[in-house]
Design a protein around this ligand. Structure first.
Ligand SMILES: Cc1cc2nc3c(=O)[nH]c(=O)nc-3n(C[C@H](O)[C@H](O)[C@H](O)COP(=O)(O)OP(=O)(O)OC[C@H]3O[C@@H](n4cnc5c(N)ncnc54)[C@H](O)[C@@H]3O)c2cc1C
Length: 483
């Protein structure tokens, strides 16, 4: 391991690894420093009872040729992985009370299928999918998503249905910008895919390419200080006693975690620090990962989003203190031809206030009350899922759970936030962060700056690398995220 690099990346989440992949492909020597013992951040998987379970990867949008993520994933070597396309006639199905609403692949089909159930909203549905495809930051970041939908549609049930798959982002009526809502949903409408395997495969693919391209991913290396000299960063000091020097630094960690690392900076003024400290974070998630008895529960090639009532947009008022909507996502069977699922994940938002009392405890040693809370949440999620998938009843062999505290412990995510910084339509310029910082050789990437999720983080990685390539001498210009 060399102690100097062209670029140091702090954090090996998807964004950090993607930047390292892009830049090492340009001939730069890139060093990724990761505090955990394994890379990947929210993308990593973990082993229980010999099975690999996922954390933050369930599905991804827009991977088909010509679609928005295809070129980037081809460049990043990720199209080599085995992906399975979800059902075209309903890649997501929203259940509200006793009714099901499939989301069809393709914008026209999406509008057409919903218009069969909501014929009085046919014209508005077409306007909706047109607007989704045209949305840009300038026009969409200062528009409230909920108000936008209320202005377009008259049927409150349809407004709930359209928000129904948004457990993959924080569906906060008061703040969520139309740009974030439209961008995240439209990628999945283009086409939706599951990895045949666990998220660790994606991480491993990126890491092995980075290493082949001359880069290094160094785990167990928590950065505790970024050393500045004459207004530029020169070195990263790690908790393990190592110091690494570089010309340029990219931070893939939450900006609130970055501030203490640059506390002695002469370039970062108090106004910038105040702005970062004032950012609010999206809620965390509770996940129950179910291991199933063999050959009992049919594999479902789509996601289910389950709600007891049409209160999708008002659930944020409950603030994740009780189980609200539940997302059900099946892992693709290990034998691709098998008709039965082996693992199913159930996800629901969970408030940090429920985890706060256990802050400071170690995983596996948080006490009986925490275990009991997790069991209660898992039971409520399973009960909800069994109503939609009766075959689940009696066929759950094991249930492994994680909470926002799990993410806070492993990824150091503030308040266990699942999707990072909360974007606010009333304050877009403060809540959508630029990759640039007051220190010219320190750039930001990852889910906290623009959009979260695999697509948002990948866009951010290309944006960060494009800015960096203008600052330093790259072999060739960075590929843009377009086909
Ligand atoms: C439950 C859940 C389900 C999800 N499902 C999906 C999905 O199905 N599809 C989708 O598109 N998106 C999904 N997401 C979102 C997606 O996983 C994230 O947006 C993405 O992985 C975030 O990547 P990131 O690069 O921002 O970094 P992170 O994953 O946040 O990684 C940051 C890394 O930095 C490290 N770090 C922190 N401090 C330091 C330090 N001082 N020194 C060194 N390293 C440090 C951390 O350990 C971590 O590894 C999900 C998220 C969650 C939580």
């Amino acid at each position: 391991m060399k102690n100097s690099a062209d670029v140091i990346v702090i954090g090996s989440g998807l964004g950090g690894l993607e930047c390292a992949h892009i830049l090492s492909r340009q001939g730069l020597h890139v060093l990724v420093l990761e505090r955990q013992q394994q890379p990947g951040g929210c993308m990593q998987s973990y082993v229980r009872g010999g099975l690999r379970l996922d954390t933050g990867l369930h599905y991804v949008g827009a991977l088909a040729e010509g679609q928005s993520l295809h070129a980037a994933f081809r460049d990043l070597g990720l199209l080599r992985l085995p992906w399975r396309r979800l059902d075209a006639e309903g890649f997501d199905v929203v259940h509200i009370a006793d009714e099901s609403f499939p989301f069809a692949e393709g914008f026209d089909a999406f509008a057409h299928i919903l218009a069969q159930r909501f014929p009085h909203e046919r014209v508005a549905l077409q306007q909706y999918v047109d607007a989704m495809q045209q949305v840009d930051f300038v026009a969409g970041s200062n528009v409230n998503a909920y108000d936008y939908l209320c202005g377009l549609f008259h049927d409150p049930l349809l407004i709930n249905v359209l928000g129904g798959t948004s457990l993959k982002q924080e569906l906060r009526r008061e703040t969520l910008p139309w740009f974030s809502f439209a961008h995240l949903n439209s990628g999945f409408i283009e086409s939706s895919w599951r990895l045949c395997g666990d998220g660790g495969m994606l991480v491993q693919s990126l890491v092995s390419d980075i290493e082949q391209q001359g880069g290094e991913v160094c785990c167990g290396s928590a950065v505790i200080e970024l050393v500045e000299h004459d207004g530029q960063l020169v070195a990263a000091r790690c908790a393990n006693g190592e110091t690494y020097t570089a010309r340029t630094f990219i931070s893939d960690i939450h900006p609130q975690l970055l501030l203490p690392l640059v506390q002695n900076s002469s370039m970062i003024k108090e106004t910038f620090r105040r702005r970062i400290r004032a950012l609010q974070n999206t809620r965390g998630m509770f996940t129950a990962s179910l291991v199933l008895k063999p050959n009992t529960v049919p594999y479902i090639n789509h996601n289910l989003y389950l709600y007891d009532e049409p209160n999708v947009w008002t659930q944020s008022e409950l603030d994740g203190t009780t189980v609200g909507g539940v997302m059900v996502s099946s892992r693709v069977p290990n034998h691709p031809d098998s008709a039965f699922a082996e693992q199913v994940d159930l996800l629901t938002p969970m408030s940090w206030s429920l985890c706060q009392p256990y802050k400071g405890t170690e995983p596996g040693h948080r006490g009986a009350a925490y275990v009991e809370m997790k069991e209660q949440w898992a039971a409520a999620c399973i009960e909800r899922a069994e109503r939609a998938i009766p075959a689940l009843r009696g066929n759950v062999l094991k249930c492994h759970t994680s909470t926002p505290l799990t993410y806070a412990s492993y990824n150091a995510s503030p308040e266990g936030t699942a999707y990072g910084v909360r974007k606010d339509y009333a304050n877009p310029m403060m809540t959508y962060l630029s990759p640039r910082t007051p220190i010219s050789n320190l750039l930001l990437t990852g889910q906290n700056i623009m959009l979260h999720g695999i697509q948002g983080v990948t866009m951010a990685a290309y944006e960060t690398c494009n800015i960096l390539s203008k600052n330093i001498n790259c072999k060739s210009s960075i590929v843009k995220l377009s086909n």
